[in-house]
Ligand binder design. Structure first.
Ligand SMILES: Cc1cc2nc3c(=O)[nH]c(=O)nc-3n(C[C@H](O)[C@H](O)[C@H](O)COP(=O)(O)OP(=O)(O)OC[C@H]3O[C@@H](n4cnc5c(N)ncnc54)[C@H](O)[C@@H]3O)c2cc1C
Length: 450
């Protein structure tokens, strides 16, 4: 059943008044920037789009980045330290706590399942449990805990659920605009199963185009790149991905290698000089698949029947032997038996939530050791296509473009929509541009595809 925000809020029980009152807190600047109206100065051959919209996760106060990554010299097991429960009162979920698939939807869902299981160890049905954050990890934990008989209240800072899953449905767009996660690879079969059983249509993004300023080239062979990382993973000490490549005699600045690194940056949010070679995810293989429908009903469905307070940022979590006090941005405090904290790593690093007493060294050490990467996306729509390619995934090789990776939705949907994805320092720089400059940078990045 598709539930609406109204039913979510009406589903609240005693203490609802507090939750609803809290929803009057002022809303910070939203993540997406609106569809622009200015006529840009398009580079020759790239006409002005009919609509455009972009993300700014890097500066979003409730994300402060896109995805966690493992920096050079940091162990993947640091994520287990981040996830470590405290005094059977505080539990942690969120993609950053998942050692197997950090920075992904898969990791977020799996972390929510793990945290709920951990809580049910000491927890007793009927207890009051707070879940901080209504992203996929929080929704997964909340659903499982509610199913096990807990009285669950979810506090979400935004005026919507989903967190870094954010589908915008808008009259200006013939397809839902996915400003967060929407792409899935070969390891995501379980997630795709869940999505399809939640009636989310899946698109096959078939075919790759590799384009230099001088024309099309054969796909860049990833084998030397992958072999360099495999060799680095056998070394006695961790090194950055950039150093691993250099050690193997590969120049990270070579245009083909830089194109592969751009794919890695768009996946991890990190550049080659900061990313651990031991814990770097492999380059994607096979055609990616994508959510073709809005993902919002999928998240809402998970929260069906759970009490959710939207626009309710948590400012402080105090805990002792007897329970947990959760204080909202309004100053209102509510008591619970246990809490699951699912906010993004960037929010923990910014110390937007005060913990009293402070978190143990192990948890704090993990928060400061892990990295929060930058990924941004820009969606552009034209009435008529200016391109002839029938390939779905485009890679720029050379040409110094700001946004090197594009998804052409025309083959899968028939719509003239191109989606740019950029990660690492370029993403952070893109997020800082004003609207006009961002659109100009996006169109300039497309000029080699004309
Ligand atoms: C641009 C982009 C593209 C991506 N692409 C993909 C992809 O294609 N495939 C993929 O698998 N993954 C992708 N990811 C990663 C994926 O989106 C995340 O790993 C996943 O959604 C994280 O879920 P989560 O529940 O851990 O965190 P979130 O979804 O961030 O949920 C945490 C929630 O906590 C809330 N919150 C923050 N502070 C507070 C507070 N003080 N009080 C209360 N609530 C608070 C937030 O608003 C948020 O709703 C992408 C991410 C981005 C940004």
């Amino acid at each position: 059943m598709r539930i609406t925000r109204r039913t979510l809020l009406l589903g609240a029980g005693a203490g609802v008044a507090s939750v609803l009152l809290a929803s009057c807190t002022p809303e910070p600047a939203p993540t997406p920037t609106p569809t622009r109206t200015r006529e840009p100065e398009p580079p020759p051959g790239v006409p002005a789009p009919a609509a455009s919209i972009r993300s700014t996760w890097t500066s979003d106060p409730f994300a402060l980045g896109a995805a966690s990554f493992t920096p050079v010299g940091v162990l993947g097991a640091t994520r287990t330290a981040l996830a470590r429960p405290i005094d059977d009162r505080l539990f942690f979920a969120g993609e950053a706590t998942d050692e197997d698939a950090p920075g992904t939807v898969r990791g977020a869902i799996s972390s929510g399942t793990r945290a709920a299981e951990e809580l049910m160890g000491p927890g007793v049905p009927g207890e009051r449990v707070a879940v901080v954050g209504a992203g996929l990890s929080g929704a997964t934990a909340a659903a499982l805990l509610a199913a096990r008989g807990m009285q669950v209240t979810v506090f979400e800072a935004r005026d919507r659920v989903g967190g870094r899953v954010f589908s915008r449905v808008d009259d200006a767009w013939p397809v839902p605009v996915q400003l967060g996660a929407w792409l899935f690879g070969e390891d995501d079969a379980d997630v795709l199963d869940r999505l399809t059983s939640g009636e989310v249509g899946i698109l096959d993004l078939a075919g790759e185009l590799w384009r230099t300023p001088d024309g099309d080239i054969d796909p860049v062979d990833p084998k030397p790149f992958t072999a360099a990382l495999t060799a680095a993973q056998a070394a006695p000490e961790d090194s950055s991905v950039a150093d691993a490549l250099t050690t193997a005699g590969i120049d990270p600045a070579d245009p083909g290698t830089a194109a592969l690194l751009a794919i890695l940056a768009a996946r991890t949010g990190a550049d080659a000089d900061e990313l651990s070679s031991w814990f770097a995810p492999p380059l994607p293989t096979g055609d990616p698949r994508a959510a073709g429908d809005s993902l919002t009903p999928f998240v809402e469905h998970a929260l069906d029947g759970v009490q959710v307070g939207l626009s309710s940022p948590v400012a402080r979590v105090a805990y002792d032997d007897t329970g947990v006090s959760v204080r909202l941005g309004t100053g209102e405090a509510l008591s619970f038996d246990r809490v699951v904290v699912t906010v993004p790593l960037g929010v923990l690093q910014e110390r937007s939530i005060e913990f009293d007493p402070p978190l143990p060294f192990a948890n704090r050490g993990a928060i400061s050791a892990l990295g929060m990467g930058a990924i941004e996306t820009v969606w552009l729509r034209w009435d008529e296509p200016f391109w002839g390619s029938e390939e779905s995934i485009w890679h720029a090789v050379g040409g110094h473009v700001m946004i090197p990776t594009w998804i052409n939705l025309r083959p899968a949907t028939g719509e003239n929509v191109l989606v740019g994805i950029v990660g690492g320092a370029s993403a952070a720089a893109f997020a800082e541009l004003d609207e006009d400059a961002a659109l100009d940078a996006a169109l300039a990045s497309l000029s080699i595809y004309v």
